[in-house]
Design a protein around this ligand. Structure first.
Ligand SMILES: Cc1cc2nc3c(=O)[nH]c(=O)nc-3n(C[C@H](O)[C@H](O)[C@H](O)COP(=O)(O)O)c2cc1C
Length: 223
């Protein structure tokens, strides 16, 4: 595909994209959903840890249970989205937990492995300043990775005219309890991080898009 056509599709999508809370009945085709999920699957994660995954719901019984605890998704009850995605991140990503396993799976020379692990320990405790026993701090690091996929998937969706809304407005503890009851997460190791709705907008939002100007957004330093 020609470069300018790709740019045009992405830019048109970026200007078209809004946080959409009310949707039509139109279904997303399997092929389009596959494409959006694949873009998410390929998104990067810090140190390649692969510490998150997604749960994909249609507007059925399971999602309705979860939505009761998601105040940020209440507007889409009557005109619900076709698809809801819950991003689930690992809680056990400390240097001596999943990270150690991940490094061991690389089958490095023992001396190199020890050095890499030591570097990651310093990275997490010193550079990122996550206190050793701050379970929420470590989960938060894993949860940040999910936002990269969230953004990429919304961009991919908007480029083909599919609407979306990120959803942070939910009670994490309550949603985790429902997901555990539904046997969808292991609460010892995982937690809901963020959510996403996907579908086709019922109507355009009343308010225009509000964004920083190009100059306020990007300051160039040319020295
Ligand atoms: C991380 C994140 C979480 C959000 N959570 C919610 C939410 O729970 N419910 C909701 O209706 N909108 C939510 N939004 C949508 C924002 O309110 C919206 O993106 C913002 O007002 C800018 O509008 P625009 O997306 O139309 O440009 C969220 C947005 C982001 C980026």
């Amino acid at each position: 595909m020609e470069k300018n056509a790709i740019k045009e599709a992405l830019l048109t999508g970026a200007h078209f994209r809004r946080a959409i809370r009310e949707y039509t009945d139109q279904k997303i085709t399997n092929a389009d959903l596959d494409y959006i999920l694949e873009i998410g699957r390929m998104s990067p994660s810090s140190v390649g840890l692969l510490d998150w995954r997604i749960l994909v719901f249609n507007d059925g019984q399971s999602w309705n249970e979860i939505r009761k605890h998601a105040w940020g998704a209440q507007k889409s009850i009557e005109h619900a989205a076709d698809t809801f995605i819950v991003f689930v991140a690992r809680k056990d990503v400390r240097y001596d937990e999943l990270l150690t396993q991940n490094i061991k799976d690389r089958h490095l020379d023992p001396a190199v492995e020890a050095k890499v692990l030591n570097n990651y320990q310093k990275f997490q405790l010193n550079d990122m300043e996550i206190p050793q026993n701050d379970r929420l701090g470590f989960f938060d690091w894993a949860a940040k990775q999910t936002y990269l996929a969230l953004g990429a998937m919304m961009t991919a969706a908007s480029a083909i005219g599919i609407d979306s809304c990120p959803i942070e407005g939910f009670n994490r503890k309550e949603v985790n309890e429902i997901l555990t009851q539904q046997h969808l997460i292991d609460p010892q190791k995982e937690s809901a991080a963020v959510m996403l709705s996907l579908g086709y907008r019922l109507k355009d939002p009343k308010r225009p898009q509000v964004k920083l100007s190009k100059t306020d957004f990007a300051k160039f330093i040319n020295d």
